[in-house]
Design a protein around this ligand. Structure first.
Ligand code: ZN
Length: 272
């Protein structure tokens, strides 16, 4: 049996204001931040944690986030660069369903979709301040059509998406989904957010916070982004992750920190 391998897939970058990165703190001004997915080659199967943003979606709905994404940074390009094929992915786990974490799901038609049950419920009827976050519902064509119907928009005829209904597995609580792969409940940013801890044979465990912590400074100083459903739960989730990192001696990988990202090994290089 071969060791678990972890690939970080560079998915391009977006821009938000500094006051969104650090809620009620700032400083303001444009902050460009990376978006990435994590490909895990495990003895039980091929897993993807998050799937990045779709360039066309961002240009159509949130062009003010100024997306940058080369062909190699699209999900399909990045999977290929790591030496794999999209159709070989068995499970796509979404930390949550904001558009910059699920934009590539639609390319993974063979994969079972795994997420927190609360997240699946919330993204169907988001709060008004969550609507842009949950603007890309293409990970589930039936839900996408329902959303367009609600908004009174035209429903595009797409034979491709019409024949695809993803298999979905909804979870609650902390879960070891495969040996050494632990989903940790970290709500607050959204209703049902999961972070991921991966134990590896030859190095410290890797703790992927996803959007429970955008940046290293946010992790250290317990500063949450302005995009959240419940700020108190969001701060508690940062503390939970600090506790996990301490107890497991894990290396922390935050989601949207350009400086930190520069220090990560990206595919085709990997951790094992
Ligand atoms: Zn995000």
């Amino acid at each position: 049996m071969s060791n678990t391998k972890v690939f970080i897939l560079d998915g391009g970058s977006l821009v938000i204001d500094g006051f969104h990165v650090y809620w009620n703190k700032g400083p303001g001004g444009e902050v460009r931040f990376p978006v990435y997915s994590v490909l895990i080659d495990h003895a039980d199967g091929l897993y993807l944690f998050d799937s990045g943003f779709d360039y066309d979606h961002v240009m159509a709905v949130l062009p003010f986030e100024k997306p940058q994404q080369t062909r190699e940074q699209t999900l399909l390009g990045a999977i290929e660069k790591a030496g794999y094929r999209a159709e070989d992915i068995n499970y796509v786990i979404n930390s949550h369903y904001h558009f910059d974490h699920c934009g590539g799901n639609k390319h993974l038609k063979e994969a079972c979709t795994v997420c927190h049950a609360n997240e699946f419920g919330q993204c169907k009827c988001p709060q008004p301040f969550e609507v842009l976050g949950y603007s890309d519902m293409t990970f589930h064509p039936d839900m996408q059509r329902e959303k367009l119907r609600r908004e009174g928009k035209e429903i595009p005829v797409s034979p491709d998406s019409d024949i695809w209904t993803p298999k979905v597995e909804l979870l609650t609580g902390n879960q070891e989904i495969a040996k050494g792969m632990h989903l940790i409940e970290t709500p607050g940013h959204t209703a049902g957010h999961y972070s991921l801890l991966i134990e590896l044979a030859n190095r410290r465990p890797m703790l992927f916070t996803a959007d429970a912590c955008y940046t290293r400074k946010g992790f250290d100083e317990e500063l949450i982004p302005s995009f959240h459903l419940d700020p108190v739960k969001a701060v508690q989730s940062v503390r939970r992750l600090k506790d996990v990192a301490l107890k497991t001696n894990a290396e922390v990988f935050v989601s949207h920190d350009l400086e930190q990202f520069g220090q990560y090994k990206t595919a085709p290089a990997y951790y094992e």
